[in-house]
Design a protein around this ligand. Structure first.
Ligand SMILES: [Zn+2]
Length: 468
């Protein structure tokens, strides 16, 4: 039994020969053996130049015919009850296209290579089309294609067998670019948008009709899919927040690790307070958080961005609590709205989770709701604007020692919130603007005073002033 040298490749078939009786010859010829030669004449043949598999000479070898020469798939059991000799292990490369029959004429046809780029969302456990991706296909002279909803379509030239229509397949290399015009996702030491190259197999059915291919981008540390989805939703959908951007697109850096200096930061908005004409950019860091938290963080930073770009020179004067409370509002409002469009059902308030801490995932899918803030915290990340819009009054449900806000204000539209924050640079201005725009439509003057009391205390303790 031989196992000949085949150049180090893993073989895919054995070359075998079988000693057959006449009865066996009939039986074997009806089994699915791919025979290369069947000799039925009852004579013998002797080889005198036969070599052993390690190259040395052997004595004369005589084969008694009939012999069936055949190839046999390595991964299939060899025939039982027969005498056979394995002569060699043969490597046969997989053909890209299998011809229907020897001599079958081939023509090239243009097939539409169609498909969809998807990103897996671990919050909802579904694949979501990545809108507004620029995609190219290598090797087919295709122009880059920008998707609207993740769907792409290219013409590729592939062989076709007119006499025997059959399935064809080809492996294509698809490259996509994370750039939406208003934004671009980059690495942390470059301004060039990140690209990913993926391979996909294009197939037709047996009649030659293309089967759309689905490409799910691999989840990696850069969180590309989540950042892309958040930025697209922020800029490309109808909502009440402003879309102020940069002509070159705001740069969003997808950092695969936490920030070495501030390891807890999920992201940050970087701008120059000494030279506000310099373009800002955004960092998103990887903390292994769920996708919806990454989406919430990305929209939070984009909230900072529009706040800054709307009036660069005034931004540095605005207290950090107002910066962070508006950015959190953006991440909360648009992040929840985004997940609702994908089928997430927002719980109908804290009553559904009883007395549990309200920042649990069930009520705060984006991580931006800031419902556990109270006036004794030094944190800038307050629900100052969120509580104007949401339908929850923490003070009514949480009667423990914490000084939860008495917030009998609800349903203030995001456009009204933006109007307040975009025109004010001090806490005093915000208070006045709230009184002008919220009373009496959304609350009474007393209700608003109740609501702002905790914030007055916070500004007094932390800035020493509650001046208008
Ligand atoms: Zn922030």
């Amino acid at each position: 039994m031989g196992s000949g040298d085949n150049g180090g490749c893993q073989g895919s078939v054995y070359s075998i020969h079988l000693q057959l009786t006449e009865d066996e010859r009939v039986r074997v010829s009806s089994t699915p053996v791919h025979s290369t030669e069947i000799e039925v004449s009852p004579y013998t043949v002797t080889y005198t130049d036969y070599e052993s598999t390690d190259g040395g000479p052997t004595g004369p070898v005589t084969f008694q015919l009939p012999i069936l020469y055949a190839t046999w798939p390595i991964d299939k059991a060899l025939p039982e009850g027969m005498e056979y000799v394995v002569e060699n292990e043969i490597h046969i490369p997989e053909p890209l296209i299998t011809r229907a029959a020897p001599g079958d004429p081939i023509i090239n046809l243009n097939y539409p290579l169609t498909g969809r780029i998807l990103d897996y969302d671990d919050e909802l456990s579904i694949n979501i089309p990545l809108a507004q991706l620029t995609i190219g296909v290598a090797g087919y002279n295709c122009e880059p294609f920008t998707t609207t909803l993740g769907d792409f379509s290219f013409m590729v030239s592939l062989p076709y067998f007119p006499l025997h229509p059959m399935a064809v397949s080809a492996t294509v290399t698809v490259t996509f670019l994370n750039s939406g015009g208003a934004w671009k996702i980059t690495g942390n030491s470059t301004t060039a948008p990140i690209t990913r190259t993926l391979t996909a197999t294009f197939r037709t059915d047996a009649s030659g009709n293309p089967i759309p291919t689905q490409i799910v981008i691999p989840e990696d540390n850069s969180q590309l899919g989540e950042i892309h989805r958040a930025a697209h939703y922020f800029y490309a959908t109808q909502n009440e927040l402003p879309k102020t951007g940069l002509s070159s697109g705001i740069r969003i850096v997808a950092n695969p690790q936490p920030d070495p200096e501030y390891p807890d930061a999920r992201g940050n908005f970087a701008y120059s307070s000494s030279n506000t004409s310099r373009d800002p950019y955004i960092n998103i860091y990887n903390h292994g958080l769920s996708d919806s938290k990454v989406v919430g963080t990305t929209i939070h930073e984009l909230g900072h961005s529009v706040h800054f770009l709307n009036n660069r020179s005034a931004y540095t004067d605005v207290p950090d609590l107002l910066h962070e409370s508006f950015a959190s509002y953006s991440g909360w409002y648009l992040g929840e709205q985004y997940y609702e469009t994908l089928g997430w059902e927002k719980p109908s308030g804290l009553l559904t989770v009883g007395m549990r801490q309200p920042s649990s995932d069930e009520v705060d899918i984006t991580g931006q709701a800031r419902q556990d803030w109270d006036e004794t915290m030094l944190s800038w990340y307050s629900p100052l604007f969120i509580d104007l819009t949401d339908g929850i009054n923490q003070n009514a449900y949480f009667t423990n020692a914490r000084n939860y806000l008495s917030e009998n204000v609800q349903n203030v539209p995001p456009s009204v919130v933006w109007n307040i924050i975009s025109t004010c640079t001090t806490w005093g201005q915000v208070r006045t603007k709230m009184e002008q725009t919220l009373v009496p439509r959304y609350c009474t003057s007393t209700q608003l005073d109740d609501y702002l009391e905790e914030y007055n205390y916070w500004f007094f303790v932390n800035t020493g002033s509650i001046s208008r």
